[in-house]
Design a protein around this ligand. Sequence first.
Ligand code: FAD
Length: 329
Amino acid sequence: MAVNALVYVELRNGTVSPASLRMFTAARLITAETGGSVHAAIIGHEVTDLAREAADAGADHVHVADRPALEHYRALPYARAVEAAVAASDAGVVLFATSCLSRDLAPRLAARLDAALATDCLGVAWESGELRVRRPMYCAKCVGEIALASDRLRILSIRPNAFAASADGTGASPAITPLDVTLSDDHEPVTMKDLVRASGGSRDLADAEIVVSGGRSLESEENFTMLHELAAELDGAVGASRAAVDAGYQPQARQVGLTGKVVTPQLYIACGIDGAIQHLAGMRGSKVIVAINTKADAPIFGVATYGCVADLFKLVPMITEECRKLEES
Ligand SMILES: Cc1cc2nc3c(=O)[nH]c(=O)nc-3n(C[C@H](O)[C@H](O)[C@H](O)COP(=O)(O)OP(=O)(O)OC[C@H]3O[C@@H](n4cnc5c(N)ncnc54)[C@H](O)[C@@H]3O)c2cc1C
């Protein structure tokens, strides 16, 4: 039976999040097996022009809820809009990229639609008529494989870098359909009074291909400058352990781990980070992990692809310098 897949296209500051465009690769994987079509849901205000990006990433149909009342994310109106997109697309699977927004929206949607839900997935496969996913369990100590019940809607959130970006668009103009959403602002229990953007720089940690992270051993906010310099050379983002964030060296938006962000970059460079289980929960899915630590038996070396027993204050500037030379040559 054909199964249609609906991708929720997340917007940040009026632009499409690169992480959610990667979900079209997962959507194509499912529809290639089932013969269904790929749909996109775009929700916000003055967002209709963004439909082209969803089509270029692989959407056959784009469903748009474009209303002033949807300018900023609020759980209930957005849940209603995605619900309308599920109905309009006749979706059997809904895909979100793992993010703060999807942590709020996906379970709410699952409860409203009595759907099967699997969050923070690392991989997706369609096997023998079943949707199977891999996801971390027990603080990422192990990875479980789960089959989602096929008698109901299935909702997934997938780690941003679990799939490469797809360029499967047909080049044809997408079918854009306005969504019929009933919004009852008079009865909304939550209203937006003010929006305060978190500090933490422009580059979102979760979208970065390369993350350079520092721990308590950096000793000050000033010393993090050397990590920012290396990240800038590598076109990456800066992360931090909770100890570094608690000490005020970096804003919370940069925290990696169980109570911070989960990242799965191509390259994660851990500088002076011990490797507590709560930190590993946020980064052990990275493709290549480089650890720099003075202590040869630090737990971070247990997950590292390459380990450097070295003083970060000496090694990090040397790596940055070598990267500069490479770029100049
Ligand atoms: C409920 C809960 C949730 C948590 N959530 C998170 C989370 O989301 N993220 C997180 O990170 N932590 C989290 N923690 C905290 C976690 O347990 C650790 O305390 C924290 O990760 C330690 O940070 P750190 O490695 O920077 O510091 P430390 O444990 O102090 O380690 C510093 C490391 O730097 C090395 N070092 C020192 N000097 C140098 C140098 N000059 N060069 C190179 N290496 C050097 C040391 O050998 C050591 O390995 C959580 C804890 C709890 C209880």
